[in-house]
Write a protein that binds this ligand. Sequence first.
Ligand SMILES: Cc1ncc(COP(=O)(O)O)c(C=O)c1O
Length: 408
Amino acid sequence: MPQLAITGGEPLRRAPFPSWPIVTPADEAALLEVLHSGRWFLADKVAAFEKAFASFQDAQFGVAVSNGTVALQVALEAIGLQPGDEVIVPAYTFIATASSVAMVGGIPIFADVQPGTYNLCPASVEAALTERTRAIIAVHVAGRPADLDALGDIARRHHLYLIEDSAQAHAAAWRDRKVGAIGQLGTFSFQASKNLNAGEGGFITTDDRRLAERAWSLHNCGRAPKGAWYEHPLVGGNYRLGEFQAGLLLSQLGSLEYQTARRTRNAELLTVLLGEIEGVLPLDPDPRITTHAYHLYIIRYQARGFGGLPRDRFITALQQEGIPCSSGYNPLYREAAFRTKFQDYPFVSPYFKGKPDYDQVCCPEVERICAEEAIWLTQNMLLGPEEDMGDIARAIRKIQDHAGELKS
Ligand SMILES: Cc1ncc(COP(=O)(O)O)c(C=O)c1O
């Protein structure tokens, strides 16, 4: 009699996990309010959301933009990034962290991540510095803050900007302060999968008035904050967020604290349950992390705990047991996009000692994590009852107990 669902047995779980987004009557009212107001453009919702979300993230200033990718582009333009400048980014992230650098004419330089956190490794950042380095983009992967002490220290010592790509880190906090303006600039995404979302949307946070005003101008056709409508001191795109999205985000923001607490509770329970199973490690805890936002719950899979069962086969087996999961990112520098983009690049890069050549790049930790270790569970799976965590742990243990069936 087969036991595992993948070999024809019964799946451990048939019930779906909570769906996402969660829509409330307040969301409906918020959208209808904008609709019936007839004020769909440059009215009061965007400004109100900018104030509310900047304050929520402990930042003095906030600029709402159309998505997290342009938030990064505008942030990089705001610091005055020039063609040929280098920006250090982690190799384990969504493409926008690096493509935004290329989009504004700079050179993304990939650094490795720490094996226990999947976040930028400070030593790898130090090794990647050159005389053309202008900024470091730290990504808070999965909603777990990167080491802002060490990265902030490197940035200070080398007169670099530290930009926090917080697309996955709404409500995350480092040493009791929410992320986003601990570095000089932070960026957020409100794309559909994110812990705060309006389908699309983005945000820039900062405590620096000059950077805030530059970002505001760059996202609004280069206008001056107090200038006339047809007065454009800078060249800037139109990256404004719409009033409908801002209205919806204001309403959704009301649930973020509660949902974050619930994700944290379930994630911490899951960590305890997984601690009883050999071969499934969480990301390392860090007392400096006040809030891990858990955009993802990442499991570090160790095949030796499962009789050598390869990670990808384990993922298929877990999916078949009724637990949605995936392997996540690939090493970002391998994307053809970078080779193509920099083929005819007119500047040399001190890091590459010539033209940027991404075939030379190899980050061993990222290679290993992507090939054999990372397993992602999405944030919505942490929003249900505690029993859901029990199901995840039981499904993993079931595969472990029957791993022999999957050897062939
Ligand atoms: C780390 C990271 N940076 C940037 C982005 C880009 O955000 P958006 O999809 O809103 O452009 C994302 C979103 O997927 C992300 O996860």
